[in-house]
Write a protein that binds this ligand. Sequence first.
Ligand code: ADP
Ligand code: MG
Length: 570
Amino acid sequence: KADPAPETLTDGFHLLIDALKLNGVETIYNVPGIPITDLGRYAQAQGLRVLSFRHEQHAGYAAAAAGFLTKKPGICMTVSAPGFLNGLTALAHATTNCFPMILISGSSEREIVDLQRGDYEEMDQLAIARPHCKAAYRILHAEDIGLGVARAIRAALTGRPGGVYLDVPGALLGQVMDAAEGQKSLIEVVDPNPTSVPGPEAIDRAVEVLKGAKKPLIIIGKGAAYAQADEEVRKLVETLGFPYLPMSMAKGLLPDDHVQCASAARSLVLKESDCVFLIGARLNWLLGHGQGKNWGEKGAKKFVQIDIEPSEMDSNQKISAPLIGDIGSVAKALLEKIGSDWKKPSEEWTGAVRSKVEGNVAKMAPRLKNNNSPMDYQGSLGVIKDAMKENPDVILVNEGANALDQCRSIVDLHKPRKRLDVGTWGIMGIGMGSAVAAAVETGNQVLAVEGDSAFGFCGMEIETICRYNLPVCIVIMNNNGIYRGDGENWSGGEDPSTTVFVKGSRYDLMMQAFGGVGVTVDNPDALRQAVKEAFASRKPTLINAVIAEGAGKESGNIGNLNPSSVVAQQ
Ligand code: ADP
Ligand code: MG
């Protein structure tokens, strides 16, 4: 039988790209290498935007952030074994945060790997990935590529979103099949984000509980930001008239200076409220599991919760009225049920919260205006706060310990999905990947406020930022160390303390090395000027912001999580 003409054939490379394109994928976050180097090249040739990173973890964090921002799975592509493992950290992060993401990793030859004969980068990646993500699949035949990609997209998006692993053995990419048959094998996923509404009795129950509350509180989480039901959420919150607390990545879903925003009265509302309505937020460690002294008297609160994941209910506290469904649909159903004669909570409650907010904001205001040199967190972040108010479309990326805690509480957000941070794990290193994704997916200016320690986990990606000429301005809050820059070696020996860095490091010079703009500033006025110039030019910029060594505290706001030794001499 004669060989078929090449133009009648397709192969694994092209089917994979076609399957992604058919499902609306436009961007791939990639690190090239065996066996996926050509896959990246072909993807670029076929019109996908392929951004190549210096390390897979950051390509993965970019894909995770893209998933959060777009409600479509962010795609990360890596090589086998070590590249896969580097990407896996980000895949686990995406899953933990409920962000849709697909990690596509090349893998070595199955016959050799499965007999453990010692292949190049031998590793049973599928088995290793499985416990760290929502679903994991391997494609062995070119004719199954359409199915594999469809399953990955469906699994990443439907229900609680999360990370999916797709194992692509190198041999698959080279497999050929008839082009027409190949096209027929592809699947376009229909309605991967289906609406789902709880039954009428669940809606009635929730409205009864909310009606009975004297001191109600709403907590809005990043699930609500992800849901892209901005109007419905806003209408629900304003109709109910409850004070609300935004979790960090839900900031800006309603503007942080909204009259109902209780962020500056957090302790008061957590303690005193008698009913808490969770909208896309989990009662995990970030909320003290809904118990303990911050939450007031035990058993004194009722909880109502909207979540797409049924098993989230009662995971920490009794949920008196579970609302299992997507936030947009549930909010609409609640608003319909409530109608127009809803009685808002008493002025006694909302007024008390409001006056606490105003008191705390007024107390903080003068500290945000200081022009100290070297800077403290308040003076420097006061500048960032103003910059974000004047430029509400800028996406703020934020990581660190004190740089995170202080920035989260000081800097207001004014629009939805404008804050990307360390998320559910509270990890370091998400900054540069998130910044790249934010710039690429939205085209907006990005401002990354980074602790000097956090930056160290991802700093090499400034080359990526410069290479793609992205409008990213990085501000490094440089206090010479982890938590603080003034730690001492407890042995009294010559080595520096385990928590300090080279003093006076010039991170700005790294940026210059790649052709970006790099400046050092040591007072708020200079910082203000440098940020202004970065936004005006949209050039990749790194501002090395010198912070006092003694500013900041051990582990920021979560020092209580450090175990302490009872026998130590120090
Ligand atoms: P935060 O850290 O901001 O409190 P979490 O990540 O803990 O937020 O919680 C987000 C929650 O939102 C998750 O439990 C997730 O299942 C849920 N969620 C995600 N998307 C939706 C959606 N479209 N509708 C309803 N719930 C959602
Ligand atoms: Mg530091």
